[in-house]
Design a protein around this ligand. Structure first.
Ligand code: ARG
Length: 461
């Protein structure tokens, strides 16, 4: 492709070392779509004849077919996906194939391919995220009244409803979807036309090419267009947040499925056993997802470091953008797929959850609030309840199991109406305000959540 200037061929090692076709061949569809749009535009502005355009477009379509039928031989000596396809085109259609690269460089070509590829993958990931968030709402709706302990410091804190807990997961993931939708706007701008770095001398119509490829607009500056990969970094950042959230959810599932918690069961199809310990059923899917979060954080760090010291404009360093980006895409997609299938199938053990909330003095704050409503300052109420809890610990009884006489030794303000606030149901129902855990609030929150999912600006394609 550049033989003219060179007096000897690259060594086999250098050819292999500098090649990217091993991993960038997955861009073939975007590369061909970009070339078809480019040729169409060139004919429109008179740089190619209509016959030349048709020959090129038909040749490219035939090549796509060959690739998809497994009939295409990828050649390392042709370095990357772009030169493999272009060389094959010339083989197929003759000299006219050599005109395709008019007014274009691999620098703007590759940047265009990656953006097209990432745009499509974002759309796919958003669809899976939508399935997962919808699944969470369905499960939450079944458990608006299911009581479990809420935790701080992983110590039982106050009772909450399971539906409320699931809605916390929902919130995290909806923000993740919003971030991806936002990121997509900056991904979906077209570098093509920047050529190597400075633009081209042909009378190209970049807006036409952009429209043909479904871009929202063009990259405004040719130097920036071919060099920056911030859109990929931004995606990896959004992907890292998704993985961080999935990892937190995983951690909870791993705890909850343990013999110590027994809050939830994960169906067998998402678990494996042990080759030595017959009793084991391991929560592999959440564990793997928790582990895979590290890969995606690593992809993000890799891309940031790749970019940080590059002078304008394109440098070969940028060839290293693909593997971390592809890895982040594949990982986040697969983890979301696993969760979208697994979450709706979770089987909570209602009695165990309730019992755990009951055993953890989770209504202690409710007793303090009760005393405050009877006129005691909160700090004094806190002290009174602390003493009552100490007695409960000594007697191995919940606050609601202490007798009125026992409770009254700590404060005479306590009457027999206290027992209604010490129940778990009373405790959750009392947190009845926007964002609170009361079943009525959870039901209202689910309603709003459905509306939010419906109004998320998901890409139409
Ligand atoms: N394979 C290259 C990449 O992935 C394509 C661009 C190469 N451009 C160049 N001038 N060497 O970035």
């Amino acid at each position: 492709m550049w033989g003219g200037r060179f007096s000897e061929a690259t060594t086999a090692f250098v050819a292999e070392f500098t090649a990217s076709v091993q991993f960038d061949q997955r861009l073939y569809r975007q590369d061909i779509a970009g070339s078809i749009a480019h040729a169409t535009m060139l004919a429109q502005v008179g740089v190619l004849t209509e016959t030349e355009r048709d020959t090129i477009v038909n040749g490219l379509k035939a090549i796509q077919d060959d690739i998809e039928q497994g009939r295409f031989e990828w050649r390392i000596d042709l370095e990357d996906v772009h030169m493999n396809i272009e060389a094959r085109l010339t083989e197929r259609v003759g000299t006219v194939g050599k005109k395709l690269h008019t007014g274009r460089s691999r620098n703007d070509q590759v940047a265009t391919d990656i953006r097209l590829y990432l745009r499509d993958e974002i759309d796919d990931i958003l669809k899976i995220l939508h399935r997962l968030t919808s699944g969470l709402l369905t499960l939450a709706a079944q458990h608006t009244d299911t009581i479990m302990p809420g935790f701080t410091h992983l110590q039982t804190a106050q009772p909450v409803t399971f539906g409320h807990h699931l809605l916390a997961w929902f919130e995290m993931l909806v923000r993740d979807a919003e971030r991806l939708i936002d990121c997509r706007q900056r991904v979906n701008r077209m570098p093509l036309g920047a050529a190597a770095l400075a633009g081209t001398t042909y009378p190209i119509d970049r807006r036409l090419t952009a429209t043909l490829l479904g871009f929202d607009g063009v990259c405004e500056n040719s130097l920036d267009a071919v060099s920056d990969r911030d859109f990929a970094i931004e995606f990896c950042s959004a992907a890292s947040l998704i993985m961080m959230h999935l990892s937190r959810m995983s951690e909870e599932l791993i705890l909850w499925t343990s013999a110590q918690f027994r809050f939830v069961q994960i169906p067998d199809r998402f678990c494996t056993g042990s080759s030595i310990m017959p009793q084991k059923k391991n929560p592999d899917v959440p564990e793997l997802v928790r582990g895979k979060s590290g890969r995606v954080f690593g992809d993000l760090m890799g891309l940031l470091t790749l970019m940080k010291a590059q002078p304008l404009a394109y440098n070969k360093d940028n060839q290293e953008d693909k593997e971390p980006l592809f890895d982040a895409i594949d990982t986040v997609r697969n983890c979301l797929l696993a969760f979208a299938d697994m979450v709706p199938a979770l089987q909570p053990n209602l009695a165990v959850m309730r019992e755990a909330a009951f055993r953890g003095f989770s209504t202690a704050t409710d007793l303090a609030d009760y005393l405050v409503k009877k006129g005691l300052p909160f700090r004094d109420a806190h002290e009174v309840v602390g003493k009552a809890v100490a007695l409960g610990v000594a007697e191995e009884k919940d606050l609601s199991e202490l007798s009125l006489a026992q409770l009254q030794q700590f404060s005479t303000l306590i009457g027999d109406d206290v027992y209604s606030v010490l129940t778990l149901e009373g405790s959750v129902a009392a947190r009845n305000h926007l964002g609170g855990t009361a079943p009525a609030q959870v039901r209202a929150a689910i309603e709003r959540a459905h509306n939010r999912l419906a109004t998320l600006q998901l890409p139409s394609s």
